[in-house]
Write a protein that binds this ligand. Sequence first.
Ligand SMILES: [Zn+2]
Length: 278
Amino acid sequence: MPELVEVELSRRWLQARSAGRVVVRVEALDPGLDLLPLTGARLGDWWRHGKQLGVPFTPPAPWPQHPRAAELGERPQLLAHLGMTGRWALATAVERHARLRLALDDGATLSFIDPRRFGEARLGSASNAEALRARLGPDAWDLPPDGPALSRAFGRSRVPLHHALMDQRRLAGLGNIAAAEVAYRAGVDPARPGDTLTVGEWARVARAIADHLAFVFDAESGEEVVYLTAGGANPFLVYGRAVCPGCSTALVRRVARGRSITLCPALCRAPEPRVASA
Ligand SMILES: [Zn+2]
């Protein structure tokens, strides 16, 4: 499932392949993704905020006559997210699960491939894009929080740490994998309510967020997104694992607010961030 790093790698890929290019043809293989007004549009620079992607575009010249021109405005955007399984790739003859294809003026065709179909690509106005971003907290990578910032955001809440870290309205980009890994790296029980963490623990959580994200950027070697859990070796410290890499004790699962949370019963802190990939 895409979290901040996979979405950022998608952004870089889309930026390299499509920024400044004109969309010459839109193929909506899934009628739910209606991007036909993009035909003839020139794409600008892709942005990412948490798990949300967007790109402003310059509409084609006859835009004022377009039926959606009034609604989308002068500086419309393509707004997209990857859902649970989405990824962007160059179109191939054999691909399955493509929901959308954008043919560009340099001859390349981009496909949005999304087997489980929870992803999204839609058009919006500049103010739609602003409203979308206003609902998100600071991006966990671009604006990494320090201990005091985390304490301000979550330190008066009864919400378990694991759930707090996934609250996109307060901190954007972390998902279920990051929440498990961050709590483990920080040596804090992820089921503890935010209002029980000390200043020192929040500082460790902040450090762990930065370390986890840097680690995943490092582990994702290719330029196209391959979900790390979709095959090959699991690089994570506790996510998807049975045994603690620090003390070799069996990891335990605890249910908090309907979510199963994995932790080391000894609350180990990862001895080395890279231990799991060794
Ligand atoms: Zn342990």
